[in-house]
Design a protein around this ligand. Structure first.
Ligand code: BGC
Length: 738
């Protein structure tokens, strides 16, 4: 359809049709509720049965035959024949489940992330989906919050690169194409910083912190073309994001030029009343419309109030029409007016879902995402060693992680199976009890386990947190392994065993209590459908681990939030030996394991940093953040060498610090990285172009600009171990802006 036809269609729609186009419900509501039993929320929301069949989009289950039938039933009842838009939460896989996003961040591999998102899009598209509520670009610093698993971690640049790659994977060049879906980036904005890590709690931060850390990743997703944006539940600067004109009109639409659809989070419009910024549903609707919030998810405020608001002159027809046009344009962009069923296809479902190719991709992705945190000559396991395996993650397929859609734990390979396939009767398994919902711990069978594994040379403790304790509404104040799991590790060590601790979790846990008794620690996260095989590849040395932490590990819960890109204080702990410095009495400031950290079975060196400044007003160059008109400031290069005996991959990381500026700047900030693969004895140069954009930040006037002066250029293999050089960048003659 061309724009003219869309405008004509919109002009013919009644006000009620428009209000319902702007409403999203679950498809089950359309099917299972007859007029007489419209109860509960639906009644309160004032929906009548026939109105349900006029909603513009649905949120929920997929499946080609189900969604084809739904679309057909819908279009048969619809006078205007505007197709229904199907949205759902396909977060890290539909049937083939990829590692959780926090683990994806640890790959530092946007190409592989894009490839995986493309596979996820294919499975979803043939199953009838049009839009996925992913990526989640919320920056996270607090592992008490359960949703850190859905983020790519604590760094704005890494988060942005990964969010953009995910969007490209889902949407391709055009979401209308076969096998592509539209992407909805969420939760705009700053949902990742709830006070105390408590789910849905208040978010409060300065405008500068918001700009420095929290907004860039959403912006990167939008620059990559994300078709939709979801608002967050929280407040930002005392206004709930769902009705924030600052966020939705100024930042999103004016500054970033976003012209796609904005959807609220689940019932967030109605929740404006709980936030005490709306006295009643009329005010909730009015404020959301003023902010340009197009679709209301799972509550009926728009449906119930738009007519009255218009009649009372509290909103304008134009405001409504703008929302409706954006929704119709999205449907058009997906080609739904020509083909309302898009790619839904039962036969293709048979061919694609959980196919060998996708499982193989999931295994590669999972391998790259696991992080070797400690290794004292325990890994890889010797080919002849007798291996013991124990712990609640030894024999379970519950390793997919939250939001695993149609992923099936019961057909997911277990670690025991993956290891036995290779090691056969060199394997002994004990204490294979599982977590049970509602129970605090797995049954304590530690003594039996130690007895059973007494002849083993090396013991793997497969431990972690149950997957249902991560994701939405899963905040916790204790991040330690459960008592029986800690006991298992201590007991194996006390029995004289080499202990390899493999951790399955959706967040950095508090693992300090078991670190000493673990000879090696592999952070496996929730690695998805092929995760057990991936872990076995690493444990047995078929794959050399290359994951790097996307989020710092705390030394204990009291230290949270602990993250690498902090602002300095007037009394930094390192500067003075006395007491009156910014520190704890009982714990260092540094994390247990820092951002960017991860071990390998080989030894990499990164040295000989050379920084060469570019002539003033240097070349314009392609900028990694995609901003136009960027210019080179210097090049930084290092020699990376593999000094060990195995081939492997490492991640060379470029950090920058603005030594003095008009406002405080982070002590260090990741600006670029490269994954490099080296054979034993091989060397390579890793070179980076530092650009003006990398030196820029939002100043007090909220302008994106860099300030002349000194900058530290740092390159290394994690954020703490870097070589650095200082450069002085003078003001550009001819002015800063062009
Ligand atoms: C979550 C969103 C999700 C939505 C729809 C909400 O509770 O916060 O992330 O997309 O539900 O399922």
């Amino acid at each position: 359809m061309d724009k003219k036809d869309l405008l004509k269609l919109a002009a013919e729609m009644t006000l009620e049709e428009k209000a319902l186009q702007m409403t999203q419900l679950s498809p089950d509501m359309l099917y299972h509720l007859a007029p007489a039993n419209l109860t509960g929320p639906l009644r309160e929301w004032r929906f009548e049965d026939e109105e349900l069949w006029k909603v513009g989009s649905t949120l929920g289950p997929l499946g080609a035959s189900y969604l084809k039938k739904l679309q057909k039933d819908y279009l048969e009842r619809s006078g205007k024949k505007i197709p229904l838009l199907f949205m759902s939460d396909v977060i890290h896989g539909y049937v083939t489940i990829m590692p959780i996003p926090l683990a994806q961040g640890c790959t530092f591999d946007p190409e592989l992330t894009e490839e995986a998102a493309a596979a996820v899009a294919k499975e979803s598209a043939v199953s009838g989906l049009h839009v996925t509520f992913s990526p989640m670009a919320d920056l996270v610093r607090d592992p008490r919050w359960g949703r850190v698993m859905e983020s790519c971690g604590e760094d704005p640049y890494l988060n942005g690169v990964m969010a953009a790659a995910t969007v490209r994977g889902y949407q391709g060049r055009d979401p209308r194409e076969k096998g592509k879906i539209a992407s909805c980036v969420k939760h705009f904005a700053a949902y990742g910083q709830p006070e105390g890590g408590r789910e849905y709690n208040t978010v409060d931060m300065s405008r500068g912190v918001l700009r420095d850390f929290y907004l860039p990743a959403y912006e990167a997703a939008i620059r990559a073309g994300a078709a939709m944006v979801m608002t967050s539940f929280n407040t930002v600067e005392r206004t709930p994001a769902t009705c924030s004109r600052f966020l939705l009109r100024k930042v999103l639409r004016e500054e970033w030029g976003f012209d796609g659809v904005v959807i609220s989070d689940f019932s967030a419009v109605e929740e404006l009343m709980n936030h005490s910024v709306a006295a009643d549903d009329l005010e909730a609707g009015e404020k959301s419309i003023h902010a340009g919030m197009d679709i209301e998810m799972m509550s009926g405020v728009y449906a119930g109030t738009l007519r009255r608001l218009l009649e009372q002159g509290r909103i304008t027809q134009q405001e409504i029409d703008e929302c409706v046009m954006r929704i119709l344009e999205l449907k058009n962009r997906l080609g739904l007016f020509e083909n309302p069923y898009k790619d839904a296809d039962e036969q293709e479902e048979q061919r694609l879902l959980y196919c060998g190719e996708h499982l193989e991709l999931a295994r590669r992705f999972a391998r790259e995402s696991m992080v070797l945190l400690k290794n004292q000559s325990a890994l890889p396991i010797e080919p002849s060693a007798k291996i013991g395996l124990a712990g609640p993650f030894a024999c379970t397929g519950n390793i997919l992680g939250g939001w695993h859609c149609e992923g099936k734990p019961e057909r997911t390979e277990t670690l025991q199976h993956a290891l036995e396939t290779v090691c056969g009767d060199r394997m002994v398994t004990a204490m294979s009890t599982h977590f049970i919902r509602g129970e605090k711990d797995v049954p304590d069978q530690v003594e039996e386990a130690v007895e059973r594994l007494k002849d083993c040379d090396i013991c793997i403790a497969a431990v972690g947190e149950p997957e249902w304790e991560t994701g939405e509404a899963s905040s916790k104040t204790c991040l330690r392994l459960s008592a029986s799991q800690e006991k298992l590790i201590h007991a194996l060590k006390a029995a004289g065993k080499k202990v390899v601790t493999v951790i399955f979790s959706g967040r950095p846990l508090d693992i300090a209590p078991v670190l000493e008794d673990s000879d090696a620690v592999l952070q496996a996260w929730f690695p998805g459908s092929a995760g057990a095989g991936a872990a076995a590849d690493i444990l047995l040395g078929k794959y050399n681990p290359s994951g790097r932490l996307s989020m710092s590990f705390p030394r204990n819960v009291g230290q949270i939030p602990v993250y690498y890109n902090y602002y300095n204080t007037g009394r930094p702990a390192a500067a003075k030996a006395d007491n009156y410095v910014s520190r704890y009495l009982d714990c260092p400031n540094s994390p247990l394991f820092p951002f960017g950290y991860g071990l390998s079975y080989t030894t990499f060196a990164c040295e000989g940093l050379q920084v060469e400044q570019t002539a003033q007003g240097g070349e314009r160059c392609a900028c990694e953040t995609g901003r136009a008109g960027d210019r080179a400031v210097c090049t930084a290069s290092v020699r990376v060498s593999n000094r060990g005996e195995r081939s492997g991959e490492t991640v060379v990381q470029l950090y920058i610090r603005d030594v003095s500026a008009s406002v405080v700047r982070p002590m260090t900030e990741l600006k670029a990285f490269r994954r490099i693969s080296l054979e034993p004895g091989e060397e390579a140069q890793a070179a980076f172009t530092v650009t003006e954009d990398m030196l820029s930040f939002y100043n007090e006037e909220e302008q994106w600009a860099w300030e002349p002066g000194a900058f530290e250029i740092m390159v290394g293999l994690d954020c703490e171990h870097v070589e650095k050089k200082e450069i002085f960048v003078p003001a550009r003659t001819g002015g800063l802006e062009e």
